[in-house]
Ligand binder design. Structure first.
Ligand code: SF4
Ligand code: SF4
Length: 282
């Protein structure tokens, strides 16, 4: 039986909870290390290592380098490990100054100047995006990936219908007002970016009426392009389907809710990282 481990860096443990919900791996894999559920102190050599969370502290970096040396395959899991996610929001000046005001307390970990995605420090074999990835996606990563088929964009998994005649003139906000259960959320003025977001989540948010914020990252068409290509595609959808002013859209796309997720694969040009291959993304 193959073994796997989960190394959690700076993150919220949501990825670990989603993995535990995918309990079918119990028959196929032996969990060798996962601080959330096991009492083992040292990470042993394993066939597969999931890394969740961003590299935010010197402890994160030390633990990551040590773990990767003993792992057969490395999979970066979740938005934090891939683009910074929740931890990356701490790079915003106002959040950072609040945190550093507590620096004299001894339990505050030593921060790196910025948060970093995992592949800025170690080689990553595959990526499993999502905040968190669904249990089904974890199973796809653990078992034969060929068995897993997902549509190319969240729209294709969503099932809501688009109506050319309904053109909102302003955004409706994130989760405000009543939502038509059948109609595309863009037709209802919601900032849903499912059109160019990677599928695989079975449109978990949009089917009950919450706009997709893009936690699965860009669809294949945009992964190997600059972040501006993804942004331009989202804007194009809204200018085609609505009469909402571009300035209003651009401002909303840079809001903190979306800033956590947007550009998680296509920002390598800004961060001087190497391009990520779409073939490595689950
Ligand atoms: S834009 Fe959003 S609501 Fe509309 S079909 Fe796509 S995923 Fe569904
Ligand atoms: S619908 Fe969008 S935000 Fe929701 S889980 Fe899927 S990709 Fe993530």
């Amino acid at each position: 039986m193959k073994s796997f481990a989960v190394l959690q860096l700076s993150s919220c443990a949501g990825c670990e909870v989603a993995l535990l919900n995918a309990d079918e791996w119990v028959d196929h894999y032996r969990l060798a290390y996962m601080p959330l559920v096991s009492s083992t102190h040292n990470l042993p050599a394993v066939d597969l290592l999931f890394v969740s969370g961003s590299v935010r502290t010197d402890d994160d970096l030390h633990n990551l380098r040590k773990a990767v040396r003993q792992a057969g395959e490395v999979i970066a899991v979740g938005t934090c490990a891939i683009s910074g996610g929740v931890a990356h929001l701490g790079d915003r000046d106002e959040v950072r100054s609040l945190f550093l005001a507590q620096e004299s307390r001894r339990h505050v970990p030593r921060l790196l100047p910025k948060s970093h995605p995992v592949d800025e420090w170690v080689p990553v074999d595959r990526y499993l995006p999502g905040c968190p990835p669904t249990p089904e996606l974890f199973l796809a990563a653990l078992t034969d990936q060929e068995d897993f088929k997902s549509a190319s964009s969240v729209c294709q998994e969503c099932g809501r219908h688009k109506d050319k005649e309904i053109r909102p003139t302003h955004l409706s906000g994130f989760m405000r007002g009543s939502v038509d259960p059948e109609l595309c959320l863009v037709n209802q003025g919601y900032l849903c970016i499912g059109t160019s977001t990677r599928a695989g989540c079975r449109a978990l948010c949009t089917r009950p009426g919450h706009p997709c914020v893009g936690c699965r990252g860009p669809s294949n068409a945009f992964i190997e392009k600059e972040s501006s290509a993804w942004l331009a595609s989202i804007l194009r959808v809204f200018t085609t389907m609505t009469d909402i002013p571009v300035e209003e859209l651009e401002q909303a796309l840079r809001s903190p809710q979306l800033a956590m997720f947007l550009f998680q694969f296509s920002d390598y040009d800004e961060l001087h990282r190497k391009p990520r291959s779409k073939d490595k993304v689950i």
